[in-house]
Design a protein around this ligand. Structure first.
Ligand SMILES: Cc1cc2nc3c(=O)[nH]c(=O)nc-3n(C[C@H](O)[C@H](O)[C@H](O)COP(=O)(O)OP(=O)(O)OC[C@H]3O[C@@H](n4cnc5c(N)ncnc54)[C@H](O)[C@@H]3O)c2cc1C
Length: 177
């Protein structure tokens, strides 16, 4: 007799636990799983779907950004898409569903108005969810320096009249106030 499991709520937390249980060989003989979800929609705060009656408009809670270091989340999504029969959803592959996007703009409200802080996050050749080894502490230190250098280059493009050392001083002065 399979063990009966009731899962309360169909958010990403419980759905990933269910996916793990149903990935075991012969899981049907071991478990009888029911997910209880209030309302009509699975996914909880991460739920997202398209409304064909409104030009395939995306309907969701709000903007979700998956940075490249969401290694486990991407691995999970890639597993889901690999198990999804082709043509059964809006997207056929995880790369249809996730598009790389590097430009992030942070906004700062100052007494002179809004200050825009664009950052073009550097990319690498890896694919998220490949299960690559976690970078070492030294890798992170190097990446932090690369990002700083990149940010400084971008700032320099916006304020070309200033030298890079002056720019660093400007930022330190601004935040040291
Ligand atoms: C606007 C917004 C933006 C976000 N952006 C990001 C992002 O960019 N990156 C990121 O990693 N995270 C982001 N998050 C956070 C992420 O969405 C949540 O951490 C995650 O979805 C939580 O998942 P969960 O399964 O723990 O809970 P939930 O998603 O809250 O799922 C719980 C589910 O249980 C159901 N439920 C509750 N009580 C009952 C009951 N008694 N019976 C039946 N069902 C019940 C609920 O209806 C819901 O479907 C964002 C969240 C929001 C709101």
């Amino acid at each position: 007799m399979p063990e009966r499991i009731a899962v309360l709520g169909g958010g990403i937390g419980s759905l990933s636990a269910v996916l793990d249980l149903t990935s075991e060989p012969n899981w049907q003989q071991k478990y009888d799983i029911t997910v209880y979800q209030m309302g009509w929609r699975l996914g909880g705060k991460g739920a997202s779907s398209r409304n064909p009656a409104a030009g395939q408009r995306i309907e969701e809670h709000g903007l979700h950004i998956w940075l490249g270091f969401y290694e486990n989340a991407f691995e999970l999504m890639r597993q889901c898409y690999s198990e999804l029969p082709s043509g059964s959803g809006t997207f056929n592959s995880w790369q249809d569903a996730f598009k790389p996007h590097s430009l992030v703009v942070l906004e700062e409200k100052t007494t002179e108005g809004w200050l825009h802080w664009p950052a073009d996050v550097p990319t690498n050749d890896s694919l998220p969810g490949d299960g690559a080894p976690v970078p070492t502490l030294w890798d992170y230190v190097l990446m932090a320096f690369e990002m700083l250098e990149d940010a400084l280059d971008q700032l320099h493009q916006h304020v070309p009249a200033k030298g890079k050392v002056e720019l660093v001083q400007l930022v330190v002065d601004h935040y040291g106030r």
